[in-house]
Design a protein around this ligand. Structure first.
Ligand SMILES: Nc1nc2c(ncn2[C@@H]2O[C@H](COP(=O)(O)OP(=O)(O)O)[C@@H](O)[C@H]2O)c(=O)[nH]1
Ligand SMILES: [Mg+2]
Length: 241
């Protein structure tokens, strides 16, 4: 079965078509699930049309409104698990994640690792055209999470990740609490505490050229305080509760 690439979208009409064509043109085959939150700009409709062009390769899950990135991924993971996919990958629609780098994540999960993370903070990784204040925030989050959770992953807020289905089955998608960056931290941390093996691979993260970021202060706050909740969750997992 092909790996499944899950792409959450909210107002990505300027990026969607190019992204789907880029994914469909890769040497290795992948299937794509777009999880659209009723984007006012018609991204969901455009995704349906692409599904007709790339029959049985591109699918769309429509939700009723903007419900957040985390729940979009959870809905996408469940959709993929129900259909028997073995590898499920998170990826943004705005070309911050380069479709050409997907194959490294997939290969890593097919060769001994349980989840592979496209990382900006290991040797060889980095940024292209990212605003300085976003870099500071992201770098701070990276260190903060390593210190508070003791998680040996440098890019804990990364959103370019391939998971083996066993990881998603084990961590219990219904128990995931957070929706923004904290969601990304929560997933990686729980997987780690359950004993799954992560691998970070260097990627270059580019700022979006088209459309707008949906990052908000609420998402930042959730991550700042959320790590303390996660620390408790980690202790419970370790105790086997
Ligand atoms: N379905 C869905 N997708 C979202 C939501 N918020 C953001 N996204 C998508 O998630 C991806 C990353 O969001 P983005 O705004 O680029 O975040 P940033 O990269 O941290 O600035 C993009 O593909 C967005 O369209 C949401 O509430 N629902
Ligand atoms: Mg982005």
């Amino acid at each position: 079965m092909n790996p499944l690439i899950i792409i959450p979208t909210y107002n990505e009409i300027e990026n969607l078509d190019r992204m789907i064509h880029a994914l469909m043109a890769l040497d290795h085959e992948v299937d794509v699930l777009v999880v659209d939150d009723d984007s006012p700009d018609g991204t969901g409709k455009a995704a349906d049309e692409l599904g007709k062009t790339f029959l049985n390769r591109v699918f769309t899950l429509h939700r009723q409104g903007k419900l957040g990135l985390g729940t979009a991924y959870i809905a996408g993971f469940k959709w993929g698990l129900d259909r028997g996919y073995d590898l499920l990958t998170e990826m943004d629609c705005d070309f911050s994640h380069d479709p050409k780098e997907l194959k490294h994540l997939i290969y890593t999960c097919q060769n001994g690792f349980d989840y592979a993370i496209g990382s900006r903070y290991i040797k060889g990784g980095g940024f292209k055209n990212w605003p300085f204040h976003r870099w500071v925030l992201s770098k701070f989050a990276s260190i903060y999470v390593q210190v508070i959770l003791g998680l040996p992953i440098k890019d804990s807020t990364a959103g370019f990740i391939c998971y083996r289905r066993e990881v998603l089955d084990r961590i219990g998608l219904d128990s995931i609490q957070f929706v923004g960056y904290a969601f990304q931290i929560e997933m990686k941390y729980k997987a780690y505490m359950y004993g799954f093996k992560p691998k970070e691979l260097p990627i270059t993260f580019a700022d979006r050229e088209f459309g707008k970021s949906k990052l908000s202060n609420g998402i930042i706050k959730e991550a700042m305080f959320g790590v303390f909740t996660l620390r408790k969750v980690g202790k419970q997992i370790r105790k086997g509760l």
